[in-house]
Design a protein around this ligand. Structure first.
Ligand code: HEC
Ligand code: HEC
Length: 496
């Protein structure tokens, strides 16, 4: 996809406005000012809309700020977490006002981090979470005002009703233009070490600054994209007031990025059937006082029965089960999920990349998605390699993409960075054949013993490692992936 840097180069009219002082200098020498349109903002104007120094007098006073506090389940004292009734809970917190040193009791929001997510998403120190900021971020996330033609919002491509994706092969942006990438889910994106399929943005704050200036997503290509977004927000008294309270500044690019990122850190999903079975297993082992910390089919039976009793149509529906009808299938389904779970970490080795609470190592691997006839096509996207800084490029990462999490697969098809795999069955078939052969195939996808054998015979070959899964095993793995489907976000997060 084109992002601003390339895009600037393609559009000389913007050279003067976007490359700041350097380009202005050039203007005089080369006559580039012929390209500068009337009314384009000056570098100083752009800087002023990019960020501002807070005026504390405008901000909500410390004692009235409502911090948002993540609570994860601590197995040593689970009561605090257990006692939270829902995702978003009101409470109080003791605080010390940093300006005065006074002790104050403040209102607070306690977030019940979903079961299975054992840590909170990291929050940058310069962007602390408050209720006002998160709600501002949510408003911006759903607002088409960010796009030049007032038709596209973040939610257009990351729609809560569609698992925070668009369920398209590749996204459709402003003026119905097609991008080249599949929109990943925003769910649990706060846990990624880097953002985007190729990791080109270090944080959610950086990521959020991309789409509004992307000519295939939200920008019409006219004028300075961010200057325009901010100018539109400044014309709206509601935004002017909200930014003043949260940031002590008028609307700025810095504030937009921070507010949206703060909202996204609350787009969490967990409490899948697998999470519940793992908790049931822990309780069982604790009760028995012995045994391995490994689930068995009975753990899945227990939680599936509970899901039927609670008419949990979300979790059951993900597995193709109907509440009130399919209870007779519990034992069979439980056994299949358990077999799939074992395959995931053993024979199929999925956990060599899909690890941790979000089932992602946040690393980059070439599976051959995008390869053609054993080659990496000329001119094709280079994945992580393409995004690495010059001077830091790792040739082992040509055509590699970030390992996605696996907690929303039932609602986020099609799959992979280019949306090329339509179903989970197709994804498993890809892995079963060892990925798609190409010169940059990840070591983890290769049959290294067979390659060494070939080398002895003087052949230098890349040999994909076939998993040799049977059809039944493939079906078990698919069912396990469906059992990872997390609970959808609470209404306060997902409803505009
Ligand atoms: C036109 C569709 C479109 C719009 C509008 C859009 N996105 Fe995206 N988003 C995508 C696509 C496609 C990608 C993947 C691009 C890539 O990796 O190169 C993406 C990537 C992301 C990611 C990275 C997730 C990950 O797993 O790495 C986040 C977070 C995100 N978008 C949030 C937002 C926010 C916030 C907005 C609004 C400011 C937004 N998006 C607007 C299509 C869109
Ligand atoms: C070598 C690391 C690695 C291994 C092993 C691995 N994956 Fe992946 N997985 C990835 C990467 C990287 C992607 C994205 C690739 C791309 O888009 O080019 C991915 C994508 C996926 C997707 C698509 C998700 C989405 O949102 O688009 C699914 C589903 C998946 N893997 C499941 C599995 C299963 C099941 C296994 C075991 C059979 C497995 N993976 C083994 C790294 C791995």
């Amino acid at each position: 996809m084109l992002y601003s840097r390339i895009y600037n180069c393609l559009r000389p009219r913007h050279l003067t406005t976007m490359v700041h002082g350097l380009a202005l200098g050039l203007t005089i020498l080369t006559g580039l000012d012929a390209f500068a349109a009337e009314g384009d903002p000056t570098p100083a104007q752009i800087a002023e809309t990019a960020a501002g120094i807070p005026d504390p007098a405008k901000m909500t006073p410390f004692a009235k700020q409502v911090p948002v506090i993540f609570v994860t389940r601590d197995p040593r004292k689970p009561e605090t977490w257990n006692n939270l009734k829902q995702f978003w809970n009101r409470g109080k917190v003791d605080s010390v006002d940093p300006a005065t040193g006074d002790k104050v009791v403040r209102e607070a929001v306690y977030i019940k981090v979903p079961l299975g997510l054992n840590s909170a998403p990291p929050v940058p120190t310069e962007n602390p979470m408050t209720q006002e900021k998160v709600l501002l971020g949510k408003k911006l996330y759903f607002d088409t005002v960010i796009s030049s033609n007032n038709k596209v919002s973040c939610a257009s491509c990351h729609n809560p009703a569609l698992g925070y994706t668009d369920q398209l092969k590749t996204s459709t942006g402003i003026f119905d233009q097609k991008g080249g990438m599949n929109a990943p889910t925003v769910y649990n994106s706060g846990y990624h070490l880097l953002q985007f399929w190729n990791g080109r943005a270090p944080t959610l704050e950086d990521q959020a600054q991309g789409p509004p200036q992307n000519p295939l997503e939200m920008h019409d290509g006219k004028g300075h994209p961010w200057y325009q977004v901010v100018s539109r927000l400044r014309q709206n008294p509601e935004y002017v007031e909200a930014f003043a309270k949260v940031f002590g500044t008028p609307p700025t690019r810095d504030g937009v990025a921070k507010a949206i990122a703060a909202y996204e850190r609350l787009v969490l999903t967990g409490n899948s059937i697998v999470d519940r079975a793992e908790m049931a297993m822990r309780e069982r082992v604790e009760e028995e006082g012995e045994g391995k910390l490994e689930t068995n089919a009975a753990d899945f039976t227990k939680v599936l029965k509970a899901a039927f009793a609670a008419k949990d149509t979300e979790a059951l529906g993900a597995l193709g089960l109907e509440a009130g009808k399919d209870e007779g299938k519990v034992a069979q389904v439980a056994a299949s999920i358990q077999r799939g779970k074992v395959l995931f970490s053993n024979k199929a080795r999925c956990n060599s990349c899909h690890v941790g609470d979000n089932y992602s190592d946040s690393q980059f691997h070439n599976l051959g998605v995008g390869a053609k006839d054993g080659t990496w096509p000329e001119g094709a996207d280079l994945g992580r390699f393409g995004a690495q800084e010059t001077g830091h490029k790792d040739p082992a990462l040509v055509g590699s993409y970030k390992t996605p999490g696996l907690r929303q697969l039932v609602s986020t098809a099609p799959y992979m960075h280019d949306g090329s795999e339509g179903t989970l069955e197709a994804v498993i078939a890809l892995y079963n054949r060892g990925g798609n052969l190409n010169p940059h195939l990840s070591n983890k996808m290769r049959d290294e013993p067979a390659e060494r054998e070939a080398a002895k015979n003087g052949q230098k070959a890349i040999i994909p490692r076939k998993l040799l899964l049977t059809m039944d095993e493939e079906a078990d793995l698919v069912l396990f992936l469906k059992a990872l489907q997390g609970e959808p976000a609470a209404d306060i997060i997902a409803k505009p």
